[in-house]
Design a binder for this molecule. Structure first.
Ligand code: RIB
Length: 322
């Protein structure tokens, strides 16, 4: 949970400057473009398959690294060729992967179908991601505690997420994806919650909000004072101490929305680690996600600062926005 923002000791990450730790999943994405997403019982033909780096945790780590942030990833891959390949690819992005455990099971896999409008449909077989537990997180407790921002998603077991939140000294950001019930003990540790509208609806036990106003009404019901709702083609909604703010997206033609939420979360976490306010961070994240939807793949579509049109990194680390 949040406290002082200066990065303290870290197990494996050098001590200078702000750092973001991602605690989350790593998958191999089997991506196929289809003429339309199949209905139940329907078979549709698709294009050639591609195997790409994925997993919400890894995607967010790549987004952070491409935007120039110092990032460490805590998670697990299998001790299979896919796991080794993904580990190498993530390391090549400049991500500290010493927190990536090798589990004696298959690496997580996802089947990703993408239609001509960029909409997707994803099934995840979590494999090694299920082996990420509180012990995995504790083994890198210094790294987690030394981070300006820690970001987690829900593709790993909940007790690992709770442990990450408990060990966080900086700002804890939760992206509750895929949607799941958030245990009571976790809520007080969440500084910023970043759901999409479906996840928001599930957390509130309500129908999916159609408008930003409806989303704001739901976000205000949550026991979390700072919520950023990603609204896809409608941008994002910030609900914080100052009230609500809707951030319009850039006008773009989406070709693949896979990983756009991850791009948003990574960019948001990185901007918070630079000391930007939540509203500033969300505005930058909208821009970064606007770039990602115009490109295919999850990690493949993560922009650099220049590609996303983001300002240069703020100088020396400022206290992280609260
Ligand atoms: O958010 C997109 C990601 O969800 C994909 O990369 C897939 O692996 C699943 O985790």
């Amino acid at each position: 949970m949040s406290g002082s923002l200066s990065a303290g000791t870290a197990d494996s990450v050098a001590s200078a400057g702000p750092c973001v730790v991602v605690v989350g999943s790593v998958n191999a994405d089997h991506r196929i473009e289809t003429v339309r997403l199949p209905a139940p019982g329907e078979t549709v033909l698709g294009g050639p398959p591609a195997v790409l780096g994925g997993g919400k945790g890894a995607n967010q780590a790549v987004a952070l690294a491409r935007l120039g942030h110092r990032v460490a990833l805590v998670g697990a891959v299998g001790t299979d060729p896919a796991g080794e390949r993904l580990r190498q690819d993530l390391a090549a992005e400049g991500i500290d992967v010493t927190g990536l455990t090798g589990a004696d099971t298959a690496t997580g896999q996802a089947v990703v179908l993408v239609d001509p409008h960029g909409e997707n449909c994803i099934v995840v077989s979590p494999g090694a991601n299920t082996r990420v537990g509180p012990d995995t997180v504790r083994a890198h407790g210094g790294t987690v505690a030394g981070a300006a921002v820690v970001v987690a998603q829900l593709e790993i077991p909940m007790d690992a997420v709770v442990e990450a939140a408990r060990l966080t000294v900086g700002t804890f950001v939760l992206n509750p994806a895929p949607a799941a019930e958030v245990p009571e003990e976790l809520w007080p540790h969440i500084d910023v919650l970043v759901p999409n509208r479906v996840e928001l609806a599930q957390l509130c036990g309500a129908p999916v909000p159609r408008t930003a106003e409806e989303a704001a009404e739901l976000a205000l019901r949550l026991p979390c004072p700072r919520v950023v709702v990603t609204l896809g083609g409608d941008g994002a909604l910030v609900v914080d101490e100052e009230g609500t703010l809707v951030l319009a997206p850039p006008v773009v033609r989406a070709v693949d929305t896979t990983g756009a939420g991850d791009c948003f979360c990574g960019a948001l976490a990185g901007a918070l680690a630079e000391g930007r306010t939540l509203r500033e961070a969300a505005a930058l994240a909208v821009r970064a996600a606007g770039y990602s939807v115009q490109h295919s793949g999850a990690q493949a579509a993560m922009p650099t600062r220049e590609q996303a049109g983001l300002p240069e990194t703020a100088g020396p680390p400022a206290p992280v926005a609260r």
